[in-house]
Write a protein of this length. Structure first.
Length: 519
């Protein structure tokens, strides 16, 4: 059996343990991943179970996401203080405990409270998983390492989409939190055997001011982005959150730049490739979550699919995700990651253009094909981007860099979801005015539409006395449908343009300079 790395020894010096680390992290991802996907499907059942409204139940996801985002930047400091194993095992154990308590929740308030602590526990797990995958494999196999991480998430999505909907629909939403817990025991056992006790670099003292400033800007910022579309961007709650976040952000940046041992080392952004990769990560996360939000709304509200049908429609894309991620990970080891990024971003722009033509007549087969195309294109981003970003950092900063990339991804996701909700509402209102003008009986086109509606209603047996009211109702439905579809098409086109712009910083992620004399 290969010797285990001692505390502080870089994992890359203990290459024989790489498959043990991969098995450990994959098993852990299978514990936390499926509930992440299945929670969205479970919300309607949770509302019924606790007699809660949408405003209350959405906090079961939002509060979890905010707590998770707050913990992600702490990975670099925590890993330097207690090491990867002593960070990973308590975090996974706490996640499992509060998953069990979430399943036993007796009210919506108790569920939200348990989900907050569960989010705090999961926060370090994803950045630590990426860092462990990345550092346990040699430099020439790090694309493969990130591809294995994507494969683990693909397995999570497959489990959630194939079985989660059935469990929620026919058994209980509480099983979402319980079904993967048995995998936690072997995951903890593997962690004890394979994960290194050491962390990233030298142990650092706690930067309390930096931690307080980070929480002070990150929590109100995410609250504002989450609730802005519902309350309004000029609502008191949203404005207060932004007013708190702005000076806290300034204080955070100032403190972290001046500190010798900062809680979050913002000097990592001095590495130009990492800074460009962070911009790409933010824009891609914004676009990807916009795609997911738009597709989920379109198929359920415009096409009338049930949540179970929508989940099954996404299953082929989840299956493709794992194989594509593994293949692209291998390619990222063989060729320049920027080339793969350019192909993936161009392809995602074309996906957005194709989605901008969807309508109520769009078939499920075409939507499935578009989703598979989107997933394949997305997998051209994650592995190359992580490899390109983390290879530019010193080995001791990989954990902190991974944490920063994940919190940037979380902020991008919040911006994408909030921005999509706002844009859909504004553009739907604009297109409603345009469609109402088009259907105006005083205009030539409107007169033709009204005549067609009247003829159709007469053919359906509507009596003349009710014809006027029926025509008005039909025209209102027509205006709403036309406006909704046009708004979806516009936002899809906007995201296509966003991905075109993202190609620019992607091409600026230059490879690190080789030392002189290197061949």
């Amino acid at each position: 059996m290969p010797p285990k790395p001692r505390g502080g020894t870089p994992i890359s010096e203990a290459i024989p343990t790489k498959w043990g680390v991969a098995a450990t992290v994959t098993c852990g991802m299978l514990v936390i991943g499926p509930p992440f996907y299945a929670m969205y499907v479970a919300l309607p059942k949770i509302m019924v179970s606790f007699s809660a409204d949408v405003e209350q139940v959405q906090w079961a996801i939002s509060a979890f996401a905010i707590a998770e985002a707050v913990m992600m930047p702490t990975v670099g400091w925590l890993a330097s203080v207690i090491g990867y194993r002593r960070l990973y095992m308590p975090a996974l154990s706490a996640y499992m405990l509060f998953a069990l308590l979430s399943a036993l929740a007796w009210s919506i308030e108790s569920l939200i409270a348990f989900r907050i602590v569960q989010g705090l526990a999961e926060g370090p797990l994803q950045p630590v998983s990426v860092a462990l995958f990345y550092r346990s494999f040699p430099p020439q196999q790090r694309g493969l390492a990130v591809g294995l991480y994507i494969l683990a998430w693909s397995l999570c999505a497959i489990l959630a989409y194939s079985s989660g909907g059935y469990l929620i629909e026919y058994l209980s939403w509480r099983l979402v939190f319980l079904v993967t817990l048995p995998l936690g025991i072997p995951s903890l056992a593997l962690a004890m055997g394979f994960l290194p006790t050491g962390g990233d670099g030298q142990r650092r003292s706690l930067d309390g001011w930096g931690l307080a400033a980070m929480v002070g800007f990150l929590v109100p910022l995410l609250l504002a982005l989450n609730r802005g579309p519902r309350y309004g961007w000029d609502a008191t709650f949203t404005v207060v959150c932004m007013v708190i976040a702005a000076p806290a952000l300034l204080a955070f940046v100032t403190v972290e730049i001046l500190r010798r041992e900062p809680f979050v080392d913002l000097r990592l952004f001095k590495h130009f490739p990492f800074a460009m990769a962070s911009i790409v990560r933010f824009l891609h996360s914004t676009g990807l979550h916009t795609y997911a939000f738009l597709v989920a709304l379109f198929v359920q509200h415009t096409l009338g699919y049930t949540p179970l049908q929508a989940g099954l429609m996404m299953l082929p894309g989840a299956v493709v995700m794992g194989g594509a991620g593994l293949l692209v990970g291998r390619l990222a080891d063989a060729i320049e990651p920027r080339a793969i990024l350019a192909v993936g971003l161009t392809s995602l722009a074309l996906v957005g253009y194709a989605f901008s033509w969807v309508s109520p007549l769009t078939t499920m087969a075409w939507l499935v094909l578009l989703l598979v195309w989107m997933r394949m294109s997305t997998e051209c981003i994650f592995s190359p981007l992580n490899v390109a970003a983390l290879r530019s950092l010193p080995e001791a900063h990989v954990g902190m860099g991974s944490g920063l990339l994940h919190v940037i991804m979380g902020i991008g996701a919040a911006v994408g979801t909030a921005g999509t909700a706002s844009l859909l509402g504004r553009w739907a209102a604009y297109h409603s005015l345009m469609a109402a003008h088009e259907a105006n009986p005083l205009s030539l086109d409107g007169w033709a539409i009204v005549s067609e509606v009247e003829d159709a209603l007469r053919g359906a047996g509507t009596v003349e006395a009710q014809l006027g009211a029926e025509v008005d109702a039909a025209l209102q439905a027509y205006v709403r449908a036309e406006a909704s579809v046009a708004a979806f098409q516009d936002v899809f086109m906007l995201i296509a343009l966003l991905y075109v712009v993202t190609i620019i910083p992607a091409l600026l992620i230059t490879p690190p300079r080789q030392p002189k004399g290197h061949k």
